[in-house]
Design a protein around this ligand. Structure first.
Ligand code: ADP
Length: 177
């Protein structure tokens, strides 16, 4: 039985804090590899922000708003997820402004690791309160990248099992194939 007075004491009361994670990327286009990381990442948080971030060093096929619209459509039944975008801003700053605790990232191979390590260390320096959490890709998605998918669709291949049908339709429209 609770001791009288103890349960209501401000010292013993733990305020339930929502754990917010962010999964940011170019998503040009989102692949099933990205969607798998999103699905599994949900288990780590109460809220997941999926953010299309504009990479100034990459030229894109889909506009930012097209990528946001695709992700919103695919993820519409997941109430824990908010899809958004940001540009001209550091992920660390965006995360701080939105009360984020976890940066979620996916890893496919050693080449990913080198880039991701650099990003994680830079983000830790800029925002020490943030933790970057890496999820290994599932083997069936380890070969998937946005650029590979664009090439497959451009050359007349099928995106089945690699991109969502909604994404494939939009990619075909954009690439005029
Ligand atoms: P960025 O331009 O930020 O690298 P991407 O859209 O290419 O954006 O990727 C976003 C994140 O998703 C990165 O952490 C990347 O390693 C991860 N990722 C990309 N493709 C896959 C995949 N097939 N399986 C698991 N993680 C992936």
């Amino acid at each position: 039985m609770d001791k009288p007075g103890l349960a209501s004491s401000p010292m013993t009361k733990t305020s339930p804090k929502k754990r917010i994670a962010i999964y940011a990327g170019s998503f040009d286009p989102p692949t099933d590899g990205h969607l798998n990381i999103i699905e599994r990442g949900l288990a780590l948080c109460d809220e997941l922000i999926v953010a299309v971030s504009v990479n100034t060093f990459k030229t894109s096929t889909l506009s930012v708003l097209e990528r946001v619209a695709l992700l919103k459509e695919i993820l519409q039944d997941k109430s824990q997820i908010t899809v958004t975008h940001f540009e001209n801003k550091l992920l660390a700053d965006y995360a701080k402004e939105h009360g984020v605790h976890i940066i979620l990232r996916g890893l496919r191979c050693v080449a990913d690791y080198e880039y991701e390590l650099q990003m994680a260390l830079a983000n830790k320096k800029m925002a020490p309160q943030l933790e970057t959490v890496f999820m290994m890709t599932e083997s069936r998605y380890s070969h998937l990248s946005s650029s590979l998918l664009k090439e497959i669709i451009q050359l007349g291949g099928s995106g089945h099992g690699m991109i969502h049908p909604v994404v494939e339709r939009e990619l075909r429209r954009k690439l005029k194939v």
